[in-house]
Ligand binder design. Structure first.
Ligand code: F6R
Length: 652
């Protein structure tokens, strides 16, 4: 049998570590390999595939691969392409069968999976085009059934799949086998779940254009493969990973059928693994290393589970819930007091530090009393959505606040919104009739494009410019509402974002330089940045990486020694309570001002393009999230606030 990820040879006797590993994974019914980040994980998967291709090639055999699309395998394909180019990995003996294709899309459609596979893999390696098999989404309805039987037979006639690569949808689908799919289902036409269509809507102009049907290999087709590797990255997948790995087998979660396969590995990053018992509540499955963070996590968990404020937890509560070791050196009473004080000290109405106050128990330094602050906002509305209340307090408390919009955010403006502005500008310039005809031509071209049925692979520059200007206008309007001078608003327009497509370019030195220059110019005492790693399209993570790289380049500058970096989370998730290091309460009136600032982002209201499955608008989500944090603090026994914005310090 081929090598599998991270599985070493089986020794005869179990070591203590192996016993405790076994204990900690006792609820896991699928072997799971957890990596610290998705890049390392994807490389490990690519290396397993490469080893299999070479093993087969060495025996003059074909290597039959089942391949997936979606965001999860992109880095796997990147690594395979690199190995082909730099290490001579050949795909000559590979026969590929893709899992699925949208029904109704053909190879010319940029959203089709044929396009995806050529773009990410096939066009860059030496696979024989004859050996590429992807379900044909253009087959006539009356021929679909025969076509699916032919696809299934073709896999069987090659001797079956040696290896199947999978992602997992949040519905628990593998391939496009949505909940309800049978264990023995074969290749067939299926109807996509609403959640799946929403998750994939980012590639289309609007939800109506996302196909409703697809052709997919069945669960049975997948289970016939010799070896299966399924991948999941990011917090967004944590819940479904937990249900798949630790839950019961049922058609409600088609991925859980993988529990019945004898050679499957679930490869995930720590974020996707975070709901597994061994990470979420390690004290319930054996030895726990009681760091201060784990202790906080456990106490919050206990308090929430028993619905008791921290100060009312008893020693028996601790002992009954696998936490007796926490009491080894201290009484329950002492643990309660220490924990309560910890959370109490995270609360502050002075996010820039309280002047002339003892700051030994406060999250921020008192000095200097007037700080220079940069708020980095990945998209033009993340500043107000994620930390609008804190932003306002910093200004009102007299700090020199700058806000830097890292990307133009143009991708998220719909065509109809852009058309409104373009037609306005055209008509207004006609009215003024003073223009030299040049501007008019530009707008006329853009209007023609915006009105037409667009199938462009890259959004044309004219349109991007209009959309970017719309977002700039909205962002500065929100800043003015808060009283920030225009000169403190910086638009970085990082180049990595400007591809005109949802898929972005890799981060480059130019991106980092733009950020570094701004930090060097302002010499901030505080930087606020988005640490929201659950952003579905990864832009926040890239923007964060760019900041870290810029800080790395500046690490010898003396001003950086006085600079603290605070992270906020974006619209999608909040920090778990035990991770919060600064909690800034908002009064009801402050919350309304924050809402008004979010309202300035008109193009992002009313069913925006990248809303995800949450139908609430951004201002509603922000309010609900901030109110929820306040309620969680209150339930721990702390004071009752209307809302709280949360931050975590990042030590660089
Ligand atoms: C893709 C496929 C799907 C995806 C799943 C996860 O060929 O069959 O099952 O693997 O929807 O998609 P991502 O990876 O984009 O989260």
């Amino acid at each position: 049998m081929m090598t599998t990820l991270n599985q070493g040879p089986k020794s005869q006797r179990m070591t203590k570590n192996q016993w405790s590993a076994l204990e900690s994974t006792k609820f896991e019914k699928i072997h799971s390999d957890v990596f610290s980040d998705s890049t390392q994980a994807a490389k490990a998967v690519a290396h397993e595939i490469a080893a299999l291709i070479q093993y087969k090639s060495g025996r003059n055999q074909k290597c039959i691969l089942g391949l997936a699309t979606g965001s999860s395998p992109i880095k796997v394909y990147e690594e395979l392409v690199r190995m082909h180019k730099e290490e001579g990995l050949s795909f000559k003996n590979v026969v590929a069968f893709n899992l699925d294709e949208y029904y109704g899309l053909g190879k010319e459609d940029v959203q089709s999976y044929v396009y995806f596979m050529h773009h990410h893999l096939f066009s860059h390696v030496d696979i024989d085009p004859e050996n590429i098999n992807i379900p044909d989404g253009t087959i006539a309805p009356n021929k679909v059934a025969n076509y699916c039987a032919y696809y299934e037979d073709k896999i069987d006639s090659m001797g079956g799949l040696d290896f199947q690569l999978l992602g997992i949808g949040r519905t628990g689908h593998i391939g496009f086998n949505e909940p309800g799919s049978k264990e023995r289902s074969l290749t067939r036409m299926v109807t996509l779940d609403y959640l799946t269509r929403l998750d994939n809507a980012f590639a289309f102009d609007n939800m109506n254009e996302v196909p409703k049907k697809a052709i997919t290999m069945g669960v049975g087709t997948i289970l016939k493969a010799n070896r299966i590797v399924i991948m999941a990255w990011g917090l967004k997948k944590a819940e479904i990973v937990h249900k798949t790995v630790e839950g019961h087998v049922s058609a409600d979660i088609p991925a859980a059928f993988l529990q019945r396969h004898s050679d499957v590995t679930f490869v995930m990053d720590v974020l996707a693994a975070s709901e597994l018992t061994r990470f979420k509540t390690p004290w319930l499955v054996g030895d726990t290393s009681w760091t201060s963070e784990t202790s906080r996590k456990a106490v919050v968990w206990l308090s929430e589970k028993l619905q008791k404020p921290i100060l009312k937890l008893t020693e028996r509560d601790y002992n009954d819930h696998g936490m007796s070791e926490l009491l080894a050196e201290r009484s329950g009473y002492d643990v309660n007091i220490a924990m309560f004080n910890y959370f109490q000290h995270t609360l502050t109405g002075w996010p820039g530090g309280k002047p002339n106050a003892d700051d030994s128990q406060r999250p921020e330094r008192a000095n200097p009393a007037k700080k220079r602050v940069i708020i980095f906002s990945p998209h033009p509305d993340d500043d107000v959505i994620s930390m609008g209340g804190t932003f306002l307090r910093l200004i009102e408390q007299g700090h020199e606040v700058h806000v830097a919009y890292q990307t133009s955010g143009n991708i998220a403006v719909s065509d109809h919104e852009a058309l409104l502005y373009a037609e306005f500008a055209e008509q207004f310039s006609e009215y003024l009739s003073k223009n030299d005809g040049k501007n008019k031509a530009l707008f006329s071209k853009a209007i023609k494009l915006l009105k037409g049925k667009k199938q462009y692979k890259v959004i044309p520059e004219e349109i991007r410019k209009i959309k970017a200007l719309i977002r700039r206008g909205e962002a500065i309007s929100a800043c003015r509402y808060y009283g920030l001078p225009d000169s403190h608003v910086h638009y970085l327009d990082l180049p990595f974002y400007e591809t005109g497509r949802v898929e972005k370019a890799p981060l480059s030195g130019d991106d980092v330089t733009l950020i570094r220059n701004l930090i060097e110019e302002i010499k901030p005492h505080q930087i606020f940045a988005a640490g929201d790693l659950a952003d579905p399209h990864g832009t926040h993570k890239v923007c964060f990486d760019a900041i870290i790289m810029a800080l790395e380049q500046l690490k010898d500058e003396s001003f950086l020694k006085d600079c603290w970096l605070w992270l906020y989370r974006g619209a999608w998730h909040e920090y778990p309570t035990h991770e919060i290091e600064m909690a800034v309460p908002l009064s009801p009136d402050q919350l309304i001002r924050k809402r008004e600032a979010i309202f300035r982002h008109q193009s992002q209201k009313d069913g925006v393009m990248f809303q995800g499955e949450d139908s609430r608008e951004f201002w509603q989500r922000a309010e609900d999230r901030n109110k929820d944090t306040a309620a969680r603090y209150n339930a721990l026994g702390l004071a009752e606030y209307e809302a709280i914005e949360a931050f975590k310090r990042y030590h660089f």
